[in-house]
Design a protein around this ligand. Sequence first.
Ligand code: BG6
Length: 301
Amino acid sequence: MNTDIAVLNSRFGIENQVVFKTISEDFLVVEINNAHATASISLQGAHLMNWALKGGEPVIWMSQEASFKAGKSIRGGIPVCWPWFGGHSTDSSKPAHGFARTALWEVIQTEALKEGATLIAFRLIQNDANHDGWPYSSELEIHFIVGESLRVDLVTRNTGETVITIGDALHTYFSVSDVRNITINGLDGCPYLDKVDGSEQKKHQVGAVKFDQETDRIYLESTEDCVIDDPGLKRRIRISKLNSESTIVWNPWIEKSEQMGDMGQDGYLKMVCVESANAADDVVHLAPGDKHHLWVRYSVE
Ligand code: BG6
């Protein structure tokens, strides 16, 4: 991959709209600024770090204590979980949520779209390190359209000769006024696995999701839009998705945040993760030559 900023800017930069920069030693990001919105994405993990509508509050949460270092996942933004969600099913020495979020990706396309939005696409760079954890032949791309809404398409292609099985998630951290005062609609009636009580037994969501303690749930059979209703910021964030039947709702609350060490002072009050996923039993089997699109649109109402 070419990590030379000047080369990236000359190949993929768009004047006043797409600019590549270094934010700390060897940590490259691309900044997007168009008629509708601003965003930035790091090349490590193809990790969207922020997105805000022009004149609006940030939609995506980024921890004040996030570190931007090679090989370390970023606390906030949209980590890409792939090719498994959570712990590896048979080998606990493999990284949680897969390796895509800490791997380097290459830019493959940028385009100023007619509607005023910006398209930017990345491809995961396969190397020996990630090949150890995933000895299959596959290609992973992510396409962002940054505009009045944020559209993300995570595309897995099976380029090998055997069926592959993947889990994936867009582990999105949303910025909220106070997690204790928001509700999440769209999950009513869905069965869920409650990771906080360690229970294998499925519960069912009744009504909206509210927060007054650590929450870590994998909702199954979840295909409807989720809407984060935030009266404090007078906004609703709508999450619409395709080819995903699970949604993870996560807030670490006080103790877990302290253990994690990169959530920042009271950071847990200012965020909630609503992750569009294929998780738990909701994995995707891909025949040779097939592809899977995990597609999500985020919009503000
Ligand atoms: C969520 C999981 O998706 O991610 C949680 O459900 C986990 O159990 C959280 O704690 C954060 O994971 P990580 O690896 O980024 O600290």
